[in-house]
Design a protein around this ligand. Structure first.
Ligand SMILES: Nc1ncnc2c1ncn2[C@@H]1O[C@H](COP(=O)(O)OP(=O)(O)O)[C@@H](O)[C@H]1O
Ligand SMILES: [Mg+2]
Length: 647
């Protein structure tokens, strides 16, 4: 059975791939690509220049153009290939380009400003080349950039191109010749997790230090700074960090970085020449050394113990843990006041408590959603010592898992902004998603109050798959969601899917489940069949839930819809399977989507939904395969999807 379904999966891949194989590369892209490869200095070496999409390092995807399919270039990746050419301005003609990576080559010249036309560019890796000149200010038009790595080149000029990158997660500018100051606009890059500007000896003035990033205006937020986890890594080399400290402490004096003087500690003042003196010196040295050793050991032990005590005290502290630069601890002080919380607007009620909405007086994030998680009663008189120990352990576990979740940033995962721990509950603070959840939208569609076209549905499917892929395959340790469902897929301003409630299901009390049995995870209608036997939630259980979600997107009905009660299968998954193997599989498609020309694609998505919901977990694809399959059948991750508007 396993082999058969793997075969069918393979067949599916082969079919979609072979469809692509017959397609031609878009003429304009082909023309631009030839120029680009010529300028890079690789075109002459290609074996089959007639079919550039088959070249290693060139990635193409299917797109629709003039009502027919073509291949468009979405990625050019040449790592460590001894390239000695330059970056061609023709790059700007590749409108679908998502990745441009040439690390570890010998590329010369600069970044052509035309790159600003690649509006879909997410990854630009030019690390370790010989690129020079100023980075064009036009680069700031690339709002989708997630990774910008220009390190180890000879770029000069100021960092004026760092204007606004809302999606930027990683910024590496180290080891160049940049000048001027690091702009404070970095604070507005809400997804930035890492940046490195070390090894730029001509950068002046202070780096936006942690506290400055967090609280630019005044010193009054000092407490919030102390609690801010280290989200930005100011990865300075020893020399520049020495200067950095000096810069910050000497306010804004524009000190230039320079190599530090050799450490004075290590240098003995003079060598004695005579042997006797030498021996004496050695003995004295040993004596002084061991005394110094003992003293420093004592000092270290004391400091270490003090630190442990400080950490323990802080862990007991119920103050907020802040995970984002966009929010300040002071703004959440009201959560300490039960009356203030009771007065908040309730926007939803989940298995673990209410979800509130409130406005913040200042800061970038104006509206937040606060999820209350009620803890099991702690102070009941009949609690034994064992119970108390267990609960304390549970509390620590919750805190550490929340700490992990707080660090996670991915465009399809709803970031946790803060965590406030109270004696009887936890508050988790998120950005409020005004487009609501996928569940809300499906319900509105069924009520006839909203339209929900196929491109938007497809975009959500791909988004959820790539969020899952991050949790399952990119994050260590792997995170299994355990409660993937439309209510946990929220939609941001661009209608991009943001998976909510990930990473907490394990530690948060069982109340979070929506089932009657207190030990069961997940929500009825989305739980993989094997879970009932194994009681273990694996990544393949998430895939099953994802399959149900895909089914919902195409069928337009939730598993709880009355419709399924009136079918012989009484279940969305079984009904979907039967219709898909019947003579008329189109019957499964949401009637409001019929006649839109996307029927074939929707059937393909239903096919993936069927793969994901196969009974045997091993036969289901993994999240990466899901994402790839969905992206392959995407006909219009293009012009239209940019122009989508929420009704
Ligand atoms: N960040 C958010 N922005 C907007 N709405 C939210 C947010 N978080 C939760 N909600 C709403 O609150 C509801 C309840 O959330 P939750 O407690 O997680 O329960 P569930 O996910 O089981 O519905 C959600 O269905 C959603 O409509
Ligand atoms: Mg939820």
């Amino acid at each position: 059975m396993g082999t058969i379904s793997h075969l069918s999966l393979l067949l599916f891949f082969t079919l979609t791939l072979s469809v692509d194989a017959k397609l031609n590369l878009d003429a304009a892209d082909n023309h631009a690509l030839i120029t680009i490869l010529e300028d890079l200095g690789v075109y002459g070496d290609l074996r089959r220049p007639d079919n550039l999409c088959n070249t290693a390092g060139i990635f193409c995807e299917r797109r629709i153009s003039n009502e027919s399919y073509v291949l468009k270039v979405t990625g050019i990746v040449f790592k460590t290939q001894r390239l000695r050419g330059s970056l061609s301005p023709a790059i700007g003609q590749l409108s679908e380009l998502k990745e441009l990576s040439f690390p570890n080559n010998y590329l010369l010249g600069g970044i052509p400003p035309q790159i600003a036309n690649c509006r879909k560019l997410e990854v630009l890796k030019l690390r370790n080349n010989k690129l020079s000149g100023e980075v064009p200010g036009e680069l700031s038009a690339l709002l989708r950039l997630r990774i910008l790595d220009l390190s180890s080149n000879k770029f000069s000029g100021d960092l004026g191109f760092l204007k606004y990158y809302p999606n930027l997660e990683k910024l590496s500018l180290d080891n160049n010749m940049f000048t001027g100051k690091v702009p404070v606009s970095l604070r507005s890059f809400r997804n930035l997790r890492f940046f490195n500007v070390s090894g730029n000896s001509f950068l002046e003035g202070p780096l936006p230090a942690l506290n400055q990033l967090e609280s630019p205006s005044s010193g009054l937020q000092k407490t919030s700074y102390k609690r801010v986890p280290k989200r930005y890594i100011l990865a300075e080399s020893t020399s520049s960090s020495t200067n950095q400290t000096r810069n910050i402490s000497s306010s804004s004096n524009n000190l230039q970085a320079s190599a530090p003087a050799p450490s004075p500690m290590a240098t003995p003042s003079k060598h004695k020449k005579s042997n006797r003196k030498k021996t004496l010196g050695v003995i004295l040295g040993l004596f002084v050394g061991s005394i110094a050793g003992i003293i420093s050991a004592i000092i270290f032990t004391v400091i270490f113990k003090l630190l442990v005590i400080a950490i323990k005290t802080r862990a007991k502290d119920s103050g907020p843990a802040i995970f984002s630069q966009s929010i300040k601890a002071e703004e959440l002080a009201f959560l300490e006041d039960d009356d203030a919380v009771a007065a908040l607007q309730i926007i939803g009620r989940g298995g673990c408590g209410e979800v509130y909405k409130t406005e913040l007086p200042e800061g970038k994030i104006k509206t937040i959603a606060i999820k209350k998680i009620i803890q099991p009663p702690k102070d009941a008189a009949e609690l034994t010592e064992e119970d108390t120990k267990y609960l304390n352990k549970k509390m620590r576990q919750i805190r550490s898992e929340i700490q992990t979740v707080g660090q996670i940033r991915h465009r399809n995962l709803l970031p946790l902004l803060a965590h406030v721990s109270r004696p009887t509950c936890h508050y988790l603070v998120y950005e409020f998603m005004k487009n609501g959840s996928l569940q809300d939208i499906i319900q509105q569609v069924n009520d006839g109050t909203r339209e929900f076209d196929w491109p938007r549905r497809h975009k959500i499917a791909v988004g959820v798959a790539s969020g899952l892929e991050y949790l399952h395959l990119d994050h260590t340790p792997r995170i299994v969601h355990r409660d993937l469902k439309p209510a946990n897929v929220l939609l941001d301003d661009d209608m991009e899917a943001r998976i909510a409630d990930f990473g907490l299901a394990k530690s948060i009390p069982d109340a979070q489940t929506h089932m009657t049995s207190s030990n069961v995870a997940g929500t009825l209608g989305y739980i993989a069949p094997e879970y009932h036997q194994t009681m273990k939630f694996t990544d393949k259980c998430d895939i099953y839930s994802f399959g149900v979600l895909l089914g919902i997107l195409v069928i337009g009905k939730l598993p709880s819809d009355e419709f399924f009660q009136h079918t012989s299968e009484v279940s969305l998954v079984k009904w979907m399977r039967n219709v898909m193997t019947s003579d008329n599989p189109k019957e499964a498609i949401d009637p409001t989507l019929l006649g839109n020309g996307y029927e074939e694609q929707m059937l393909l998505v239903l096919k993936i939904a069927c793969f994901c919901t196969l009974d045997k977990p091993k036969e289901r694809p993994n999240s990466k395969e899901c994402r790839i399959m969905l992206a392959q059948i995407d006909p219009l991750n293009l012009v239209q999807s940019n122009d989508l508007h929420v009704d």
